[in-house]
Design a protein around this ligand. Structure first.
Ligand SMILES: *[C@@H]1O[C@H](CO)[C@@H](O)[C@H](O)[C@H]1NC(C)=O
Length: 266
């Protein structure tokens, strides 16, 4: 059985069951041949500019060739400052009207990036957007069971201390986070349980920020200390992120863990 992952390089560019842990779970049925393929991108919503439309076109082509099952977005879904609210036209102008290829009319699973937190973060989580475009599914942290692979989506922005103590003129929408230390502790606890209980052949963790990167932002030290040990201890195969706007593949020297940075574009 194959697992086919395609990371978009370039410039820019269900049935729900709740269980034990707090993390919501979604079931993504496998194809009848048992194969699984999906596209991963991050850092994209530009109303088509910065070559977002060109990347979308290429995604449509490769998506058809690989018969992708779904698309993963690693966050920074709408630039510069997320969505202003549920009615923000940027949702349609940067998503619905851009990813029009037939092969991309699949479920999209998205997390929030730091730029999304600079707008109305809760708007992106809203059911209203799913009514406008049923492909959209964005939550802070959740799990997708794709049979061959289990994918654990992690909300990494609240881990990064500098956004709280040195916001550099930006405002972040921390509604729904509460005490960030408690939020992170809780998330880590739920993730540990879910990873430990997973029997999937491939365990994949997705977040916006890199754990390891030699790109512009480099490593995210809070994730190196708090998230990395859990991934190693639970035999996670891949950690996939965006944020650094480049394509990277870094291998851990002490475990089978592979770090993949996808997406790109200012
Ligand atoms: C779009 O892509 C072209 C071709 O690769 C490149 O020359 C151009 O600089 C890109 N434009 C932007 C705004 O990134």
């Amino acid at each position: 059985m194959d697992l086919c992952l395609v990371l978009m390089i370039t410039s820019f560019g269900l049935g729900m069951v709740s269980t034990h842990a707090e993390l919501q779970r979604f079931e993504q049925p496998a194809k009848t041949d048992g194969k699984l393929s999906f596209l991963v991108l991050g850092d994209w919503g530009r109303r088509g500019d910065f070559n977002q439309s060109e990347v979308a076109h290429q995604m449509g082509r490769i998506g058809e060739k690989l018969d992708v099952d779904f698309v993963v977005s690693t966050g920074d879904n709408f630039y510069d400052d997320g969505l202003t609210g549920e009615q923000d036209k940027a949702f349609e102008e940067s998503f619905t009207q851009i990813y029009t290829a037939k092969s991309l009319q699949k479920q999209w699973y998205s997390v929030l990036g730091n730029h999304d937190y600079r707008g109305n973060a809760e708007a992106q989580l809203s059911l209203h957007l799913r009514k406008i475009d049923s492909r959209w599914l964005c939550l802070r942290s959740f799990i997708v069971n794709a049979e061959l692979a289990e994918i654990f989506f992690v909300d990494t922005t609240p881990f990064v201390k500098s956004y709280f103590i040195d916001a550099k003129g930006h405002t972040y929408d921390w509604r729904g986070i509460g005490n960030p230390r408690a939020y992170i502790a809780n998330l880590i606890k739920d993730l540990k349980v879910a990873l430990r209980e997973s029997s999937a052949k491939w365990k994949i963790v997705v977040g916006h920020h890199s754990i390891r990167s030699i790109g512009h932002h480099g490593d995210t030290k809070e994730l190196v200390s708090k998230l990395l040990p859990i991934l190693k201890a639970n035999n996670v195969d891949f950690y996939m992120n965006g944020h650094d706007h480049c394509l990277e593949h870094i291998s851990d020297t002490e475990s089978p863990l592979q770090f993949l940075t996808s997406g790109a574009g200012i």
